[in-house]
Design a protein around this ligand. Structure first.
Ligand code: SF4
Length: 671
């Protein structure tokens, strides 16, 4: 397969670039945007109120990502909120003849969604200028040849169509990023790398440097010679930049189709490198048909979503990749990618990349697992490796013992409201969880911590494997414990390893928590909510909240309620959704499904569903109030209503009470 890539002719682009087109300022004031769309060219003036914090979700909302090709170019910025309005509509950017768009701070916040810069590029935007640019968004831009800069003096030069030195866009980049830009994107860069036309900086970090567990895994997987398939260096340190050999690469149906089109234009009909270690999942949109609006059906979005699935299935068959797809006999998916990885595939010490921000889920098993964009997935299909800059680590040490009824989710909501985390102290770093309270947790509970490393903005989350990990994996996978134990050798942080920060938390002082609507960082103890909050909806499920232990907790409260003759009151709709067919089987064997139905829940087959606004349990009006065990409650994420996040216990007790209440063990979920 690599031979096919070596046939590809790649060369550096010319040292200068010139653009022909208009400049669009993305402003707070919707009227200013409307005037530009109508044909007015604004002169750059620092007093123009540029929009800050533009997320990839605003550039390309989830429903736009049902498209995966040039069609995306009809939609960039349709989710952009300016002064409470969405001033940019379908085709406005293409029709406006814009070549450059300008915004304020933190452009490209949010997910690793490469559809965002792809949509901008397909609409004609070739340059993104902002006061500062989020790392993954910036990398994704470079990967598909959208140039990004923080230099506002370029604006008038671009508008005048001046010839600009490429250096203007590479001066602040590291050597790999510079080479990627010079070769016009990650995939041609990958070929240049295979041909030896570019070199990756050598690692000079001395052997014997005390390392964290994450750094040790990274060092073991460091690619030293891509052509000779050589990996491993004695040690790495934060900031070292290069490529890691991956053990597992996965993508879901939002990303596989776009990646497959990239692949075909890059490698033609060539096969993927080692397809046995690649996985595809159909999990996000398996329930979309049940909830999509008539308006969106009329706009062709259901057809587009079905095309995603068709494309993924065809590509999987053509390339010999295992697809965990839809259930053959009913609506639903084999499982959410992260839950399936945890239960069936991930092993301690592995490097795992996935097309989803919750890929750190498997970090609870001692993996270095992180989310990447579409081009990085395609690169990994070719070379089996992934670009990385070794992140700094922060240590979250949890002392003491969690009180009864207080869970990993409560701990996570406490961490999310911690001053250091809210101040951005965890962004881009590896979050290592340790301490007696973490050691006492089950694997499923540990997973809640690493899964939600995404919410704290971390690069990944990780927990050193221990005897509990060994026996869990051995039992779940039918492996000899000795083999698993051997994999875990050396997988711990050295006592004198360096952390950028340490956060200490006393587990015994914690109590049941909520995150109030809008952000997972809006944490407040349930006891301090200070108002009566009646519920319209309850949703328990998602990768964070649909594991076996989560269902043990849901069932425990449901049993107490049923035995006390109580159930979800009329007027509240409650849904429980399994994380995978394995979790479903576990629950059915124990009668949890029947118990939940008796308690008033609708029980759903596995899938992502409501937490991506694509399944039963989504709200339909802004007034509706939901409590949920999912991981994020950003506006619009699960419909237009208000979502409170809480632990499995608190969600269940609140469902039975019909309003938000703390769970008190053994009281029949009386609230
Ligand atoms: S369950 Fe929700 S958060 Fe988890 S992968 Fe699916 S859509 Fe993302």
């Amino acid at each position: 397969m690599l031979e096919r890539l070596l046939e590809r002719d790649v060369r550096k682009r010319p040292p200068t670039v010139r653009f022909v087109g208009r400049v669009l300022f993305l402003t707070e004031d919707p009227e200013l945007i409307r005037r530009q769309l109508a044909g007015e060219d604004l002169a750059w003036d620092p007093s123009i109120p540029l929009r800050d914090d533009i997320s990839t979700d605003e550039i390309t909302p989830g429903w736009v990502c049902y498209h995966f090709d040039e069609k995306l170019g009809e939609y960039p910025y349709v989710g952009l909120l300016c002064g409470g309005e969405h001033p940019i509509g379908r085709n406005d950017i293409r029709n406006g003849g814009f070549v450059c768009s300008v915004s304020g701070k933190r452009r490209g916040k949010g997910s690793s969604r490469e559809a965002a810069p792809f949509a901008e590029r397909a609409a004609g935007i070739r340059v993104a200028i902002a006061e500062n640019i989020e790392r993954i968004y910036g990398e994704n831009c470079a990967n598909i040849d959208v140039l990004a800069s923080t230099d506002f003096s370029l604006i008038d030069r671009i508008r005048r169509g001046e010839e600009l030195p490429l250096e203007a866009f590479t001066a602040d980049a590291g050597s790999i990023q510079r080479d990627i830009i010079e070769y016009g994107g990650l995939l041609d860069y990958a070929v240049a790398r295979l041909k030896g036309l570019v070199t990756v900086p050598d690692i000079v970090t001395p052997e014997g440097r005390p390392q964290t567990i994450a750094e040790k895994i990274v060092a073991r997987h460091w690619v030293t010679d891509v052509a000779k398939d050589a990996v491993g260096v004695p040690a790495v340190k934060p900031g070292d930049t290069g490529f890691l050999r991956t053990d597992l690469r996965f993508s879901h149906e939002y990303v596989t189709p776009m990646a497959s089109t990239f692949w075909e234009s890059f490698a033609g009909d060539a096969g993927l490198n080692d397809p046995g270690s690649i996985l595809f999942f159909r999990d996000h949109l398996a329930f979309l048909d049940d909830v999509i609006s008539e308006e969106r059906v009329a706009a062709g979005l259901l057809d587009a979503a079905h095309a995603l699935h068709d494309r993924q299935r065809a590509f999987a068959a053509a390339k010999g990749v295992r697809l965990h797809g839809e259930l053959p006999d009913r609506t639903g998916s084999e499982g959410i990618c992260h839950v399936m990885l945890q239960d069936r595939y991930a092993l301690p010490g592995q490097v795992i990349v996935g097309s989803d921000s919750h890929t750190p889920h498997s970090g609870a098993l001692g993996c270095f697992a992180f989310g990447v964009g579409t081009s990085a997935i395609v690169n990994a299909w070719a070379t089996r490796d992934v670009r990385v800059s070794v992140p700094e680590s922060i240590l979250i040490r949890v002392e003491g013992e969690l009180p009864a009824g207080v869970t990993a989710k409560d701990l996570m909501l406490e961490i999310l409201r911690h001053r250091a985390v809210k101040g951005g102290g965890a962004i881009g770093r590896t979050i290592e969880y340790a301490g007696p309270a973490v050691e006492a947790m089950s694997i499923d509970e540990r997973v809640t911590l690493t899964n939600m490393a995404a919410e704290v903005g971390g690069f990944t989350g990780i927990i050193a494997p221990d005897e509990r990990t060994v026996s869990w994996i051995a039992a779940r996978r039918g492996l000899p414990e000795e083999d698993v134990r051997k994999r875990c050798e050396g997988l711990f942080s050295d006592p004198d390893a360096t952390y950028a920060a340490t956060i200490e938390i006393d587990a015994s002082a914690l109590e049941p928590m909520l995150a109030t609507p809008g952000d997972p960082g809006n944490g407040v103890p349930v006891s301090e909510l200070g108002r009566d909050v009646a519920l319209d909806l309850v949703f328990v499920g998602s990768c964070t909240g649909a594991k076996r232990d989560d269902f043990d907790m849901y069932a425990a409260v449901a049993r107490e309620a049923v035995e006390a003759g109580r159930r979800v009151p009329d007027g509240v709709r409650a849904y429980a959704q399994f994380g995978s067919v394995d979790v479903e089987r576990y629950c059915v064997e124990r009668g949890y499904d029947a118990l939940l139905r008796q308690a008033g829940f609708e029980v759903l087959a596995p899938g992502c569903g409501a937490c991506i606004n694509a399944g039963p349990g989504v709200s339909t009006s802004p007034e509706q109030v939901t409590i949920s065990s999912i991981n994020r409650n950003f506006p619009g994420r699960s419909g237009p209503g208000k979502v409170y996040l809480a632990s499995p216990y608190t969600c269940m007790a609140s469902a039975i009470a019909g309003r938000i209440v703390p769970y008190r063990p053994g009281d029949g979920a009386a609230g």
